[in-house]
Design a protein around this ligand. Structure first.
Ligand code: PEP
Length: 249
């Protein structure tokens, strides 16, 4: 079902003490919107974060996972391991994973399958680079990323998927897509889904925008009809800023 979600991607920030501090600051914030709130700490802090937020309306989610069940994959973490500590949602395909860890649409398709097999919810990220946007083929790039990683799934699987459109040129750069650019792409994503899976899947899909969302611009971005929330990097590391974004609906 389509809903409002604001998810904080902490990336490789915050050790145990900072995680405890930020979570206790988040708990002091008041939520006035209907948005679901998620935070994605590093693997080492997932268990602690999960335990600390058990009674709170904050879901702790993972930033990544491997496509195999288990085995000789030194340094990796499986869906089963995440499930075993209570994690039910995983971010896949973040542009930093694509750029620095060679994740491809094909390997991401395997990760998506693995997550769904373990009955996890997936926040699937994708987005074009600046040169694509300048060349005017940003829609083609996004369409290809979605098709390659997700279009082998049946319509039912999309109940467990949230999409996150994150133009690479807007991530951590202070550069934000204009609300109209975000809206245009989100509408295009919905059309792409509709063409393959029909109106119900397209209308029910939750599509987040990510890329330098801040308290100052969240309201305008979230006011767009096809923007259902945000994936927030930098601004999720400050409780007040993060909740100002959560409450921007
Ligand atoms: C992100 O990493 O998903 C992100 C959107 O980062 P930032 O908000 O810092 O641009």
């Amino acid at each position: 079902m389509r809903k409002h979600i604001v998810a904080g991607n902490w990336k490789m920030n915050n050790g145990l003490i900072q995680t405890e501090t930020l979570i206790s600051e988040l708990k002091q914030q008041t939520k006035t919107s209907d948005a679901e709130v998620m935070i994605a700490p590093s693997f080492t802090n997932l268990w602690h974060a999960f335990q600390s937020t058990r009674q709170d309306p904050i879901e702790v989610v993972a930033q990544n996972m491997h496509f195999a069940d288990n085995g000789a994959y030194t340094g990796e973490v499986s869906a089963g391991m995440l499930k075993s500590i209570g994690i039910k949602t995983v971010i896949l395909g973040h542009s930093e994973r694509r750029a620095y860890f060679n994740e491809t649409d094909e390997s991401l398709a395997r990760k998506v399958d693995q997550a769904l097999e373990h009955e996890m919810r997936v926040i699937f990220c994708f987005g074009e680079e600046l040169f694509n946007r300048k060349a005017g083929n940003h829609e083609d790039i996004v369409e290809r990323q979605i098709k390659n990683a997700l279009f082998h799934l049946d319509a039912d699987a999309f109940k467990h998927i949230v999409l996150a459109y994150e133009p690479v040129w807007a991530i951590g750069t202070g550069e934000t897509a204009t609300p109209d650019q975000a809206q245009d792409m989100h509408a295009f994503i919905r059309q792409t889904l509709e063409a393959k899976y029909g109106k119900d899947v397209a209308n029910d899909m939750t599509i987040l925008y990510g890329g330098s969302v801040k308290p100052a611009n969240a309201k305008e971005i979230f006011s767009k009809p096809d923007v259902d929330g945000g994936l927030i990097g930098g601004a999720s590391l400050k409780a007040e800023d993060f909740f100002a974004i959560v409450n921007a609906f």
